[in-house]
Design a protein around this ligand. Structure first.
Ligand SMILES: Cc1ncc(COP(=O)(O)OP(=O)(O)O)c(N)n1
Ligand SMILES: Cc1ncsc1CCOP(=O)(O)O
Ligand SMILES: [Mg+2]
Length: 371
């Protein structure tokens, strides 16, 4: 028989407590770990769910979070809850500076996905000690959370594309990062890195820096021409011209969550880009431009066609600047892409603000998204 411990409670009553055997003690520790991680997963899922529900109004994504929370609750049994010891838990006081600081919705969501995935991994490993099926169930749940993350982040990305009305396509510049940052400060939300002549090492280095910069400002980063480089640096997508990789092939490599843009100069190319599954189209060159020397202008007639016929976002491009943007807008454009207007501007922030103010006059006012 085990030796009994004696414990005197506060009201003076002496209670005899049977000490746990070593096996039982370990079981209690496992229960505490399961209890803490079941709570952690539930809380993280709830934070993600609130954004899906109230921020995105997305029934499917919110429903998936709810389903996962309910599945989780089935494993949170009374015996696991009974092992909780908040007072004796040294971890309740610990926090990381990053927990106090979130730069926006995107980083908040990422931090909570990370927390949920870690907690599920703990549940999977320790759950096996408790019940083999528990290990299996949490493994499956962890994969569902990966899918949820990819769907949610992809959804956010596409939402931001639809909300973007000005698109900066870069040209080689000694002040590349400063110019882009200046435009981002003016409210730019979509950037394409385009350098037709640089070595891949330079492209990779510059694209990595630009992607970081864009994401710090909550903007999307698109790679011109190269699916391989887009994948390598985890760009938000790629822009492909008529001579570049077919959309279907790029989609296979990039998956459904990344953005694929296609250049078009006429109605046939536009219809094909749409049926091929492009997420957006470039419409132009509207005017002849030295940036794409030798390419004939498609003209405002093509803008009128796009305005009537494109169900997906389209950006008028080619020779557009502060002087003629209103002609392009009057022809039906709600979105434009520019190179020189911003890359050669003395004050890119101001030009960005001006171009956006003109585009905002025509687009229906939408609440701004915090990324
Ligand atoms: C937004 C946007 N539209 C069109 C283009 C041109 O792409 P492409 O025809 O492939 O020509 P290059 O840019 O590769 O010279 C674009 N880049 N972006
Ligand atoms: C890349 C591209 N594709 C069609 S026009 C164009 C260049 C537009 O450059 P700019 O805005 O300087 O005229
Ligand atoms: Mg190209």
């Amino acid at each position: 028989m085990k030796e009994a411990d004696y414990y005197e409670s506060t009201n003076g009553v002496v209670v005899m407590v049977e000490p746990y055997s070593q096996k039982e003690q370990i079981q209690q520790v496992v229960y505490r770990i399961l209890d803490a991680n079941l709570d952690r997963t539930r809380e993280g899922l709830r934070i993600i769910e609130e954004w899906c529900r109230f921020g995105l109004n997305n029934v499917q994504l919110a429903g998936e979070c709810k389903y996962l929370r309910q599945e989780l609750a089935k494993w949170h049994t009374a015996e696991i809850r009974a092992a909780r010891d908040t007072v004796g838990d040294i971890g309740t006081e610990l926090s990381h500076p990053q927990e106090e600081q979130r730069s926006g919705i995107k980083s908040l969501l990422q931090a909570n996905f990370c927390r949920v995935q870690e907690a599920l991994r703990v549940l999977e490993e320790y759950g096996k000690l408790h019940n083999l099926n528990m290990g299996k169930a949490f493994k499956q749940m962890r994969y569902r959370v990966y899918t949820l993350e990819s769907n949610l982040m992809g959804y956010q990305r596409h939402q931001l594309l639809w909300r973007s009305h000005l698109y900066l396509v870069t040209s080689p510049s000694d002040t590349l990062l400063a110019t882009v940052e200046s435009a981002l400060k003016g409210g730019l939300t979509l950037l394409q890195y385009r350098d037709k002549n640089a070595d891949d090492t330079v492209r990779l280095e510059q694209a990595t820096k630009l992607r970081q910069l864009c994401h710090a400002y909550g903007a999307l980063f698109i790679m011109n021409d190269r699916v391989d480089l887009a994948l390598a640096i985890d760009a938000d997508g790629v822009h492909l011209g008529q001579q570049d990789m077919p959309i279907a092939m790029a989609r296979q490599l990039l998956g459904p969550q990344k953005i694929i843009g296609r250049s078009t100069t006429n109605s046939e190319e536009m219809q094909k880009a749409i049926t091929d599954g492009a997420d957006y189209i470039g419409v132009g060159p509207i005017y002849e431009t030295p940036t794409k020397a030798g390419k004939a202008a498609a003209g405002l007639e093509y803008v009128r066609y796009a305005a009537q016929n494109s169900p997906i976002p389209w950006f008028a491009i080619g020779g557009i600047d502060a002087n003629n943007i209103n002609d392009v807008i009057d022809a039906g454009a709600e979105r434009v892409a520019v190179v020189r207007s911003l890359m050669q501007a003395e004050q890119p922030t101001l030009v960005t603000q001006y171009l956006l103010s003109q585009l905002n006059r025509v687009k229906p006012q939408q609440e701004s998204i915090q990324n």
